[in-house]
Write a protein that binds this ligand. Structure first.
Ligand SMILES: *Cc1c(COP(=O)(O)O)cnc(C)c1O
Length: 423
């Protein structure tokens, strides 16, 4: 088998450089562990950018895919597919608001579907000229042009003008700005329950309830983007179920099919006619193979054992990270998040810590310059959390003992070329 270096050289020749990749080619995984092409093993505290919520190659997902792949991989949505109906019912039961599901292949597509549904609901069904979509700064909703227009971080939008119009972005947490932005022209507000790419930032208490009430009062729909928070990671299948808000539409993706590409948009019955036959589609959306994986993944994610593990491991992580913060109060500014969605604020750039952790055999990420993020598998074991915390603390202690502004020679060599996007 080829080693890391030869894979990296092959990329340099043929793959578009849309990512700043870590110099590691991953070739095998099991649970919270992955192996690179040189045979080195890593504890993965950030599997698949959140898509690996059941860890790598969960046996139930693998078994479901193995069975289905030999039976029927894909039929178009011009026919019925029993697995899609079953998965839709399962997801809607978790949402608890009745409704209907639409399946696509990614988070961005799920948000596109939600935006299109909201606009068409008003323009065609209600016959009201509402088109505006309101979102917040530091949000992330995906890379397609519509989802990008909703995305609150200017760095992702730069250079792609003209983007679709009718999008308004206001400062997250600023109630007055939100109240000014949501009016009779507003079709929907789209917001994440916890800002993920924006740096693992929960909203101020009561803010989401305020947004919910405001949207209702002004006659606009509320779309919750649960692409990152969804599927059990926060302690409930949907984060909104602990936050005291019920959306009109909710989007899912990342882990919903256990690591296979799937997006889903759920909408309350009342608005379901927003998309009617012929108005929206996806060739691969909700195909047989992916739905078989989705059924296995959702059943596993909602099992009592996994739910109990999320609660216990989240408490273990929080306590461990708080203890690290107390031992390194100058470097670690705060610990935040919800369930197994964890952010650590630093007073210095996080990139060196991420790289050092990787050398020491632990994978995590930095969504913002001074924030570390972990989205560990919901199946992670107590000993794995303990090991991850101890290696993270070692990397943090080294950073803490380095004179301010100084970098290790290695960190200098590793430094990515100038630019702002971290993905
Ligand atoms: C990752 C993410 C998306 C985009 O998902 P893709 O599958 O990459 O299109 C959208 N919203 C949120 C909150 C995300 O974290």
């Amino acid at each position: 088998m080829k080693g890391n270096a030869s894979v990296i050289r092959a990329y340099e020749k043929s793959v578009l450089a849309t990512y700043r990749r870590a110099p590691v080619a991953l070739v095998r995984g099991r649970g919270s562990w992955v192996w690179d092409a040189d045979g080195k093993r890593y504890l993965d505290l950030f599997p698949g950018f959140g898509a690996g919520a059941l860890g790598h190659c969960h046996p139930r997902v693998v078994a479901a895919v193995r069975t289905q792949v030999g039976r029927l991989i894909h039929v178009s949505n011009a026919y019925f597919n029993p697995l899609q109906a079953e998965l839709a019912a399962l997801l809607l039961r978790q949402a608890g608001f009745g409704g209907r599901a639409f399946f696509c292949n990614s988070g961005a597509e799920a948000n596109e579907a939600a935006i299109k549904l909201a606009r068409r609901w008003f323009q065609v069904i209600r016959k009201e000229p509402r088109s505006r979509i309101v979102s917040v700064t530091d949000s992330f909703h995906g890379r397609t042009l519509g989802a990008l227009s909703a995305t609150g971080q200017a760095v992702y939008r730069r250079g792609f003008a003209p983007l679709p119009g009718g999008f308004v972005r206001v400062r997250a947490g600023d109630r007055k700005a939100m109240a000014r932005a949501v009016d009779r022209r507003t079709a929907a507000v789209i917001i994440e329950p916890v800002l993920g790419e924006g740096g693992v930032k929960p909203h101020a208490p009561g803010y989401l309830k305020f947004v919910r009430a405001l949207a209702r009062k002004r006659g606009a729909l509320l779309i919750l983007d649960e692409v990152q928070t969804g599927c059990g990671r926060t302690g409930t299948f949907f984060a909104f179920r602990q936050l005291g808000v019920v959306p009109d539409l909710v989007t899912l993706s990342k882990p919903v099919a256990g690591g296979l590409p799937m997006g889903a948009m759920l909408v309350r019955d009342r608005y379901a006619r927003g998309l009617e036959p012929g108005t929206h589609a996806s060739t691969f959306g909700g195909s047989n193979l992916v739905c078989a994986a989705g059924l296995a993944a959702v059943r596993t994610a909602t099992s009592p054992a996994v739910r109990a593990n999320v609660r216990a491991r989240a408490a273990q992580f929080r306590a461990g990270l708080e203890a690290i913060r107390k031992r390194h109060p100058k470097l670690v500014t705060d610990v935040r998040g919800m369930g197994l969605m964890l952010g650590v604020g630093l007073s210095r750039p996080a990139a060196g810590v991420v790289a050092r952790c990787r050398e020491l055999g632990v994978l995590l990420n930095a969504p913002k310059k001074k924030v570390l993020r972990m989205l560990p598998a919901m199946t992670i074991r107590p000993a794995e959390v303990k090991l991850g915390l101890s290696i993270l603390e070692k990397a943090l202690a080294e950073e803490d003992s380095r004179p301010k502004g100084a970098r290790s020679r290695r960190a200098k060599a590793r430094r990515p070329p100038p630019g702002r996007s971290r993905r």
